[in-house]
Design a binder for this molecule. Structure first.
Ligand code: ATP
Length: 362
């Protein structure tokens, strides 16, 4: 069974801890993206799974077998790197066939397998061309074809699309996802591009400073971020994170003060258990209703900059004491610079983060 289990894995480079106590399980047929800012430990985690880096502590278990002491070749993993190197003097077909030659498979069987993956990845028409005679997108697909032509235990991809232009990335994301969904293999993809993770992953593991901060489906990490870091990292435009003073909870509403405004917010009832003190209120830019009048439930601000974004408009607003609030409204909602905005956050999309940065919820 193609599965990957990473158990309490740690990697130190000298005194520096690049990955700390990471736990991750990837089921057969599941795609998990490791997502996070540069230097957070994504590639190091992937390299430990592949056996290219030795874990300082913890275990890597692939297809039920502990792999810590096995070399990369013995782990039977297919890996696609950001800088995939194709042999320039070999045709596309010969490039795809290369791993099979290494395994000593017969010529007839090789031809069958190469034709099959070429078909899956729409490369049948270019099999006889040299890498220099195909497009970047086709080269990328050759790298993927070369990885899947064997029958590996699992797939690892390290920023597989980062060299492609925006349009090609968009179409390749869908194509790779479609190919992977038919292969029933555990797959880990490293990316720093949230759109790539949100569209390709069944689950996303969000990393920061060597720690896995949250693992969840794309919807979970977007709708129920575990902490301020995840909330700020996922979603564009970024979630508003408003520092406030929590005063108390009653009648399903939390009273918070920020910028000298007392606002009654409908929030998760777990907030009732919170002691009065500093909190961060998180509201996504698309989660505000703009209402006509100032009430006890509104956050009051003034529109400062209007940015058309096609079907929607991004408003940069400012509260009385200078906090920025981003609000996205449909394009037909006309707002002018200098206009007062009375904003009511959608309770289902209003998050309260306690002083330690963790989301407060039942
Ligand atoms: P990026 O998106 O920039 O590739 P990443 O999340 O993949 O980043 P890693 O490459 O895993 O990050 O690196 C994690 C940390 O470990 C970084 O601070 C990096 O400088 C450090 N690091 C990685 N390899 C080594 C090494 N061989 N020796 C010392 N430090 C290393």
């Amino acid at each position: 069974m193609s599965t990957i289990e990473v158990r309490k894995i740690t990697k130190k480079f000298g005194e520096f801890v690049a990955v700390r106590d990471a736990d991750l399980s990837v089921a057969a047929g599941e795609v998990v993206c490791l997502l996070g800012p540069s230097g957070c430990g994504k590639t190091t985690t992937l390299r430990m799974i592949a056996g290219l880096e030795r874990a300082t502590a913890g275990d890597v278990v692939i297809a039920g077998q502990r792999m810590n002491d096995l070399s990369p070749e013995k782990r039977n993993i297919a890996m696609v790197f950001q800088f995939y190197a194709l042999y320039p003097a070999l045709t596309v077909g010969q490039n795809i066939a290369m791993p099979l030659h290494h395994e000593g498979i017969g010529t007839a069987e090789i031809a069958v397998r190469v034709n099959k993956v070429a078909d899956i990845l729409h490369l049948s028409d270019v099999l006889d061309r040299l890498p220099g005679q195909v497009s970047e997108g086709e080269k990328q697909r050759v790298a993927v074809a070369r990885a899947i032509v064997r029958d590996p235990n699992c797939f690892l991809f390290d920023e597989p699309l980062s060299r492609l232009d925006v349009e090609l990335r968009h179409s390749m994301r869908g194509q790779i996802k479609a190919v992977l969904s038919n292969l029933s293999k555990a797959t880990v993809i490293v990316t720093h591009d949230q759109l790539e993770a949100l569209t390709m992953a069944d689950r996303i593991a969000i990393m920061r400073d060597g720690l896995i901060e949250q693992v969840g489906s794309p919807h979970e990490v977007f709708a129920r971020p575990a902490n301020i870091f995840v909330a700020s990292f996922i979603g564009t435009p970024q979630m508003n994170l408003i520092e406030a003073e929590f005063k108390g909870y009653g009648n399903g509403k939390a009273t918070v003060t920020f910028d000298q405004q007392d606002v009654d917010l409908s929030v998760n009832p777990a907030v009732a258990n919170l002691r009065p003190g500093r909190v961060t209120v998180g509201v996504r830019p698309r989660a505000f209703s703009v209402v006509p009048e100032d009430t006890a439930d509104t956050i009051d601000a003034m529109a400062e900059l209007i940015e058309p974004m096609g079907a929607e408009t991004l408003i940069h607003a400012r509260t009385k004491t200078g906090s920025d609030i981003r609000v996205v409204v449909p394009r037909d909602k006309k707002v002018k610079t200098g206009e007062a905005l009375y904003l009511v956050p959608d309770p289902a999309q209003t998050h309260i983060f306690a002083e330690d940065g963790k989301a407060v919820r039942v």
